[in-house]
Design a protein around this ligand. Structure first.
Ligand SMILES: C[S@@+](CC[C@H](N)C(=O)[O-])C[C@H]1O[C@@H](n2cnc3c(N)ncnc32)[C@H](O)[C@@H]1O
Length: 427
């Protein structure tokens, strides 16, 4: 593997995220011009380096300021920050990091004038940067995320969440119920997820046998909170890529999975095939979809800011804005209003989002309950699911924060509310 190639590609990807505001997972690794000259290993290394750079943007900017008097041009600064992260976080050998950084500086337009600076700064960082690094604060969240979190939980928890975002997350697997025998090594979490670390997912034991699928422990909880679902008719609105669809089908439910995106629904189809499970798949806008059939359960995993997944997607704070949030809150409200129409009397509605923000969770449920007097919040007995009581939020909902489960390597942020329809109430 040519590390110069992957470092060059990482710098190009960084610009794509920070300047063009493009999320990494929307970049096609096979056709992206940033990755054209990379082999598979170099592409993976470039993606990893980009995420490392973004995750550590705050402290790496601070550290550079301790070594340079005048801020260099952006291209040079990016090279320095990437070098700092490789030296202080990834603990890469100084020789390769400094050499490649100098070569990449020469490649910049007018960059040769800064090659001496890059060489000198990174050599100094290699010598004493790690000690300084350990005293730096993690990256701060942008104001549109930090402000509401501070209001919801206070400054200490806001800082704890920012700290949790600075750590590379582990990978969680949801295990198929029907007796998986071959499993990779990992730690079994209190909710039954298997936590593993590193490597290509398709190389883990049991992948080809379809014994498990990748799903953060937090994302598996909405379905777990339903308890026994065998033979229940369940509508999974906003289903792709299908993590919850697979859980529902594995639990023995008759699942109708609906998503607006045809291409994402193809992923659901492939995922179901790999794990040997079945569901009826419908590609449609949930806001326009009508059905005479009523369901025992409707699961609405609504599109959201995804702020609960920043530890996995450190590019998100660089790309998403408050404007995106306002649009999402509006769609969530409309989807909730549609979802309730598909429920049988006595049926259960699960509303969930992978957001840290009350505006996409507790506040939505508060307003929905006010407007729907035939819907009631259902009490979730968290302890019976191996979860601490403190995770309970308003209207008996479940509020999972990334600073929870620190002892296991933390968890994604998530909100889950379970509501019951009681049609005997006159409205
Ligand atoms: C948070 S993801 C769902 C994740 C999924 N439930 C899982 O567990 O894998 C949100 C999904 O909502 C879909 N979506 C957004 N707006 C929609 C709409 N109006 N109707 C149906 N699906 C929609 C998106 O295509 C996306 O796949």
């Amino acid at each position: 593997m040519d590390s110069l190639n992957s470092r060059r590609a990482a710098l190009n990807l960084i610009c794509k995220v920070t300047d063009q505001k493009i999320m990494i997972n929307s970049i096609n690794a096979d056709s992206s011009s940033e990755l054209l000259n990379c082999d598979e290993l170099e592409k993976r290394a470039a993606m990893r380096l980009t995420l490392d750079y973004l995750r550590n943007f705050g402290p790496s900017s601070t550290l550079i300021k301790l070594y340079v008097k005048k801020t260099p041009p952006k291209g040079v600064l990016n090279i320095l920050q990437l070098g700092v992260v490789e030296l202080c976080v990834n603990k890469r050998a100084a020789y390769g990091v400094v050499n490649d950084a100098v070569n990449l500086t020469h490649e910049l337009n007018g960059g040769s004038a800064f090659s001496g600076l890059v060489n000198a700064v990174l050599r100094k960082v290699a010598k004493d940067g790690s000690e300084r690094w350990s005293k730096l604060r993690p990256s701060s969240l942008p104001a549109w995320i930090a402000r509401p979190i501070k209001k919801q939980h206070g400054k200490t928890i806001q800082k704890a969440i920012e700290k949790a975002h600075s750590v590379i997350p582990p990978i969680d697997l949801t295990l198929k119920k029907s007796g998986p025998s071959l499993l990779p090594e990992g730690k079994l979490m209190p909710n039954g997820s298997l936590r593993v670390r590193g490597g290509a997912v398709s190389s883990y034991t049991g992948y080809n046998e379809g014994n498990w699928w990748v799903q953060d422990a937090a994302a598996s909880m909405p379905v777990q909170l339903l308890g026994d679902i065998s033979n229940k008719k369940i509508l999974d609105i906003c289903a792709a890529p299908g993590g919850k669809t697979m859980q529902l089908a594995d639990g023995g439910a008759c699942v109708t999975a609906l998503d607006v995106s045809e291409s994402k629904m193809n992923r659901v189809r492939q995922n179901l095939k790999r794990v040997g499970l079945k569901a009826d798949l419908i590609v449609s806008d949930a806001l326009k979809w009508h059905s005479k059939k009523k369901f025992d359960v409707v699961l609405l995993d609504a599109p959201c800011s995804a702020t609960g997944t920043i530890r996995r997607h450190p590019d998100l704070p660089f790309v998403k804005t408050e404007k995106n949030l306002a649009d999402l809150i509006n769609i969530q409200k409309r989807l909730l209003d549609c979802a309730v129409n598909h429920l049988k009397p006595g049926g259960e509605l699960i509303y969930c989002t992978c957001s840290l923000l009350f505006s996409e969770g507790e506040d939505q449920i508060e307003e929905f309950l006010l407007n729907n007097p035939n819907m009631f919040a259902s009490k979730i007995n968290l302890e019976s699911f191996g979860l601490p009581k403190e995770w309970e939020s308003l209207h008996s909902s479940l509020r999972i924060r990334p600073d929870y489960w620190k002892e296991f390597g933390a968890i994604d942020g998530f909100f889950v509310s379970k509501l019951i329809k009681n049609n005997s109430v006159k409205i």
